[in-house]
Design a protein around this ligand. Structure first.
Ligand code: ATP
Length: 366
């Protein structure tokens, strides 16, 4: 079993910076967990503490049940993959991949066999005699992964491994990483600032901010039930729109009209201790063109006019940027609106939109 447990783990640097504070996290054996958050939130420091590259200044770290706070990195039996690949330029692909096995003093035959197995999994067999300088970025990153997997470690730690690659290659490599992790079933902790990677790669996502964990959960759960405004705004692209709202006479009042409430949410919002002032979160895909909806949908929503600023076409997706309550808001899946009216006519005109507020939006924070 190679579960990884962080028990109130903290990191203070000598200059007083608290990079990570009281992080509690239980990563199950075989699980793929993503640490995500804005720059400086402490994700790399957390990963480096698991690797043993940074001292832990508070709390306890356990790998496979054993406290490893003071254990040297090489004795933790984990492999790290970095953004920079960190390949030896004067060695061939074969030698790079064999290196950790030679250090571990495995016999020549076993090394040869393990390298050729890893090369097969990563489709590197034809490149084994090349030097890193003669490889593409994606191939180099696959060699770096190959070097990590050859010695079948207890866990993989990956720090933004795909961020040096161009957008198209990143998408391809996401599939490679995902397949590899499933095939090997090795516990993996993966750091990224890219929320698409976070949403598509892992079993669970840990969202960090200011050194603290904001929420942990499967990607869809974070999207559907964000624990706070930060998570609500961080997950989803374009990001969630926020609108001030107040509960009055059992109704949710906003600057664009009253929002019809379902029974459950009404009970929650009108409970004695519920906050009276709220922020209402509306996902871009929960706006609809009022001229195209049926009566039932109309009854469930709130209709209002919103001037359209810009229409952005991403091929299959269209995003409409509106002005709502003096603020910019984004709406998605309004293809018909965008297609019918055309960008120029739409821009600056008042377009009638309805949001499915009651059914699906999130009241993110009081
Ligand atoms: P990024 O995505 O930019 O790499 P991150 O989330 O990985 O950011 P960390 O590198 O873990 O963030 O840094 C967390 C905080 O700790 C930051 O405020 C950073 O400035 C600080 N920090 C990192 N290393 C040191 C150090 N050696 N001494 C002092 N502060 C540090």
């Amino acid at each position: 079993m190679a579960d990884i447990v962080l028990d109130k783990v903290s990191k203070s640097f000598p200059d007083g910076t608290v990079a990570v504070r009281d992080v509690d996290l239980e990563i199950a054996d075989g699980e793929f967990v993503i640490l995500v958050g804005p720059s400086g939130c402490g994700k790399s420091t957390t990963l480096n503490m698991i690797a043993g590259l940074e001292d832990i200044t508070g709390g306890e770290l356990r790998i496979a049940g054993e406290r490893v706070n003071d254990k040297a990195p090489r004795d933790r039996d984990i492999a790290m993959v970095f953004q920079s690949y960190a390949l030896y330029p004067n060695m061939t692909v074969r030698e790079n991949m064999a290196f950790p096995l030679r250090l571990a003093k495995l016999d020549k035959e076993t090394i040869e066999q393990k390298v050729s197995e890893a090369a097969k999994v990563l489709e590197l067999t034809a490149l084994l005699d090349r030097k890193p300088a003669n490889l593409s970025g994606g191939q180099r990153q696959r060699v770096a992964m190959g070097r990590a997997i050859v010695r079948s470690p207890k866990a993989f730690l990956m720090d933004e491994p795909l961020s040096n690659l161009d957008a198209k290659l990143r998408v391809q490599m996401r599939t490679v990483v995902s397949r590899l992790q499933k095939k090997l079933g090795t516990t993996t902790v993966y750091v990224t600032h890219d929320q698409t990677e976070a949403m598509t790669l892992g079993d669970r996502v840990v969202i960090m901010r200011g050194g603290a964990v904001q929420q942990v959960g499967p990607p869809q759960e974070l999207y559907d039930n964000p624990a706070n405004l930060f998570v609500a705004g961080f997950i989803g692209s374009p990001s969630m729109n926020f609108l001030h709202a107040a509960v009055e006479d059992g109704k949710l009042r906003t600057a664009v009209g009253d929002v019809p409430l379902g029974d459950r949410i009404r009970r929650e919002l009108t409970a004695e201790d519920a906050p009276r002032e709220l922020i209402l979160g509306i996902r871009p895909e929960h706006f609809e063109d009022a001229s195209l909806i049926d009566d039932e949908t109309r009854a469930r929503g709130t209709e209002f006019e919103a001037p359209v600023e810009i229409v952005e076409s991403m091929g299959s997706d269209k995003y409409v940027y509106l002005t709502v309550e003096g603020e910019r808001a984004s709406a998605a899946e309004l293809e018909e609106l965008a297609a019918d009216v055309g960008t120029e006519d739409l821009t600056g005109s008042g377009s009638s939109l309805v949001t499915r507020l009651s059914a699906e939006s999130t009241v993110a924070e009081g």
